[in-house]
Design a protein around this ligand. Structure first.
Ligand code: NI
Ligand code: MN
Length: 228
């Protein structure tokens, strides 16, 4: 499986010509100026309605006919923007797919959609547990630390955890370290840091601390991929 990081919380999983994209915030990411933002995906998973997550979903999904998986309220919003290849789900729901499954799990955050001058109800924020050709990936979305991460760790044997570490709007690195004890993943990739000064994080120290716990941490540069 190839994992590509596009900055912020945008990741692409690819294997066997299936491409699954999380939270495609590309064009307006200040760290992506001048980079290619046209990412083709078969599936787009949207964790919540904030624009640094919903991002370029409408444009990319219309261009590439990507199937968009999101909570009911966001799905309705996307339908109002002309998208038709939509699968609305809700917390706890599991969607069987050709590569495995997508399960929507809780995140402790907020969710609203800014649409021109109006703020729309984005439903609950979410994370995802994805089984992708046998690998289990936990994408936490935007979240503070919560005790049911232990439940997620108990229910799933997580290969890769994608965790926010920038603080201020989500967990910081010290909360993320505690989260790792509950989730017990093999691999951790940090996200949602350094996009703006308010969410700056010392990820090098975080990588060291993961190593001390015997967990592999990989900090990806923008547009960098790894094979796992
Ligand atoms: Ni958010
Ligand atoms: Mn965010």
């Amino acid at each position: 499986m190839k994992v590509t990081f596009f900055g912020h919380s945008a990741f692409l999983l690819s294997q066997n010509n299936v491409r699954l994209l999380f939270d495609p915030f590309l064009k307006e990411n200040p760290l992506r100026a001048g980079l290619n933002n046209d990412v083709k995906a078969d599936y787009i998973l949207v964790s919540h309605g904030h624009k640094d997550h919903l991002g370029d979903t409408v444009e990319l999904a219309l261009r590439h006919n990507s199937k968009v998986i999101s909570i009911f309220e966001i799905s309705n919003y996307l339908a109002s923007k002309g998208l038709t290849n939509l699968v609305p789900v809700n917390i706890g729901g599991k969607l069987k797919t050709d590569f495995g499954y997508i399960k929507m799990v809780m995140a402790v955050h907020s969710s609203s959609i800014l649409d021109r001058e109006s703020t729309l109800n984005g439903g609950f924020p979410a994370g995802f547990v994805v089984n992708f050709f046998g690998n289990t990936i936990y994408f936490a979305g935007d979240t503070g630390i919560f005790g049911d991460m232990k439940l997620i760790g108990d229910l799933y044997s997580i290969d890769i955890a994608l965790l926010p570490v920038g603080g201020h709007f989500t967990m910081d690195t010290s909360d993320a370290l505690y989260a790792v004890d509950m989730l017990r993943p093999k691999f951790v990739i940090p996200m949602h840091f350094n996009t703006w000064p308010v969410i700056s994080a010392d990820v090098n120290t975080f990588m060291e601390e993961l190593k001390n716990k015997g967990i592999k941490g990989v900090c990806l540069d923008i547009d960098e991929s790894i094979e796992i």
